[in-house]
Design a binder for this molecule. Structure first.
Ligand code: ADP
Ligand code: ZN
Length: 205
């Protein structure tokens, strides 16, 4: 199964990705995680990406496309993969279509004011797990013990800029993939478990 997870920042892509990769036993490819790992390792790509990320802007297409193309060529992606945070623009989608067309696009739709509340209270772990301060106040990850942190771009002002970037640059992908008949719409204003149930249910039918 080759799946794209589409949705605004904070719609729950990362949370669903963690569940879906186990359910389908496919690699989870998150461009945001790839950039954050480059940032913490202090690479040139990381430094470059951070200058955009901290402003709530998208990283230029050519950089993102190169990273994803080389990752998708690895052996573990042969039978399927889960793309989270890519593609985010029409040129990225066209580059992916030229390389490997996907089977379906899961579009997680969530209310933008709800998203602001979610993201300002979000605590993240390097392993990919995410928590919300209202339901999890521990300092370390329940899964791997890693220290939780607040992402640099999870500040209200930056969140609003990320949402505008989504509306302008990423939302047109729903129509793009709609024309290919690949979009599965899911209501993201529910609990993570309910969203997951809806995704699995719709992917099976
Ligand atoms: P979120 O979906 O919560 O915004 P991500 O971790 O997917 O978080 O992305 C964080 C940031 O990384 C984005 O705001 C953007 O700057 C950059 N980024 C990630 N994926 C892409 C992409 N496909 N194209 C351009 N920029 C990207
Ligand atoms: Zn963890």
């Amino acid at each position: 199964m080759k799946i794209i997870l589409l949705g605004a920042p904070g719609a729950g892509k990362g949370t669903q990705a963690a569940k879906l990769k186990e359910y389908y036993n496919i690699p989870h490819i998150s461009t945001g995680d790839a950039f954050r790992s480059n940032i913490s390792q202090g690479t040139e790509i990381g430094l470059y990406a951070k200058s955009f990320m901290d402003k709530g802007l998208l990283v230029p297409d050519e950089v993102v496309i190169k990273i994803v193309e080389s990752r998708l060529k690895e052996a573990d992606c042969k039978d399927g993969f889960l793309l989270d945070g890519f593609p985010r623009t029409i040129p990225q989608a066209e580059a992916l279509d030229a390389l490997i067309p996907v089977d379906c696009v899961v579009n997680i739709d969530a209310d933008h004011e709800k998203i602001v509340k979610r993201l300002t209270g979000r605590r993240s772990c390097k392993c990919g797990e995410v928590y919300h301060i209202s339901t999890y106040s521990a300092a370390n990850c329940a899964k791997c013990g890693g220290e939780l942190y607040t992402r640099d771009d999870d500040k209200e002002e930056t969140i609003r800029k990320r949402l505008s970037a989504f509306v302008e640059q990423t939302a047109p992908l729903v129509e793009y993939y709609g024309k290919q008949g690949k979009v599965v719409n899911v209501n993201g204003n529910q609990s993570p478990d309910s969203v997951f149930a809806e995704v699995v249910n719709k992917l099976q039918s």
